[in-house]
Design a protein around this ligand. Structure first.
Ligand code: SF4
Length: 287
């Protein structure tokens, strides 16, 4: 079970800058007790969604640019080499976090919008094999799931499954109104259910859900029920979900709605987690 969310929520900018790379950056997490190697396929800060809690600076609508696969492979090799055979852990990481936890595709936008997504997974697999990492660490894809109907994305997910991969699938709400308000997408719930079903069939899939108060109000009882019903329906249909990663807004949003958002008390998350457990889901909370 994942013990933290090495997403952009936990990126420390100085780490990204310090390694001077375009696509690859280290995330040191004391809480998770290790280092995550992040891969950012969206150095152009472009995403097809615009979540109101998003922490990407200067976020714009769009897709990932063309990926320089050679450069990505060189950067990944260099950082892993530094972590596994160099002095990165000794010089940059607190003693209690000196291990490599995972490789996470978590960038400044939607990673599956990169045309080269399947080639990127193939490349990561090649590098992991070279370092003897297959089966030893996880490969995580943090995604909003909106492009999973693309064959290229599906082929990437199939490859990920062979690399101890996990999909962390963003689902913050299960109402049309909620998706428009929180994620600024017009994607239907029918499509969301189809995509989630596909993801779970291709690769072990966790739901990642960000919960927060907007203008002082926590998600309404109806919102909560719609979300619980949506997941319960999927489970009843045999969709195999690994569980839910429930997280709050630990860092400020960089979107215009930032001032409207505030963190919910830990007790709220706990109570909501109980409701999820009651429908048979494993829950990991990251306040
Ligand atoms: S899907 Fe992720 S990158 Fe895109 S807007 Fe939402 S939080 Fe930001």
């Amino acid at each position: 079970m994942p013990d933290s969310i090495p997403s952009k929520l936990s990126i420390r900018d100085h780490d990204r800058a310090a390694v001077h790379m375009t696509y690859v950056y280290p995330v040191v997490s004391r809480r998770a007790g290790g280092v995550s190697v992040g891969i950012n396929l969206n150095p152009n800060n472009a995403c097809n969604w615009r979540c109101i809690y998003c922490q990407v600076p200067d976020l714009k609508r769009g897709a990932a640019p063309a990926i320089d696969l050679k450069q990505l492979e060189a950067e990944l090799t260099s950082l892993l080499n530094d972590i596994l055979h160099g002095d990165f852990l000794q010089t940059r990481v607190p003693e209690d976090a000196r291990r490599l936890n995972d490789i996470a595709l978590s960038g400044n936008g939607e990673p599956t919008s990169a045309k080269e997504f399947p080639e990127v997974i193939q490349l990561i697999g090649r590098v992991m094999k070279r370092f003897g990492l297959i089966g030893k660490i996880k490969l995580v894809l943090i995604t909003n799931g909106s492009l999973i109907s693309r064959e290229a994305v599906q082929s990437g997910l199939k490859r990920m499954a062979k690399l101890n991969g996990e999909v962390w699938y963003k689902l913050d709400t299960a109402t049309r109104e909620g998706m428009a308000r929180i994620n600024n997408t017009r994607q239907s719930l029918k499509k969301t259910a189809e995509h989630l079903t596909l993801a779970a069939a291709l690769c072990p899939t966790w739901i990642q859900t960000c919960v927060f108060a907007q203008n002082g109000a926590a998600p309404s009882a109806q919102e909560q029920q719609a979300y619980l019903d949506f997941l319960a329906r999927l489970l009843a249909q045999g969709v195999r979900l690994r569980g839910v990663l429930l997280y709050g807004i630990a860092r400020p949003s960089l979107q215009p709605e930032a001032a409207q958002l505030s963190a919910l008390p830990a007790a709220w998350l706990e109570e909501f987690a109980q409701k999820l457990k009651q429908i048979g889901l494993t829950v990991s909370i990251s306040p």
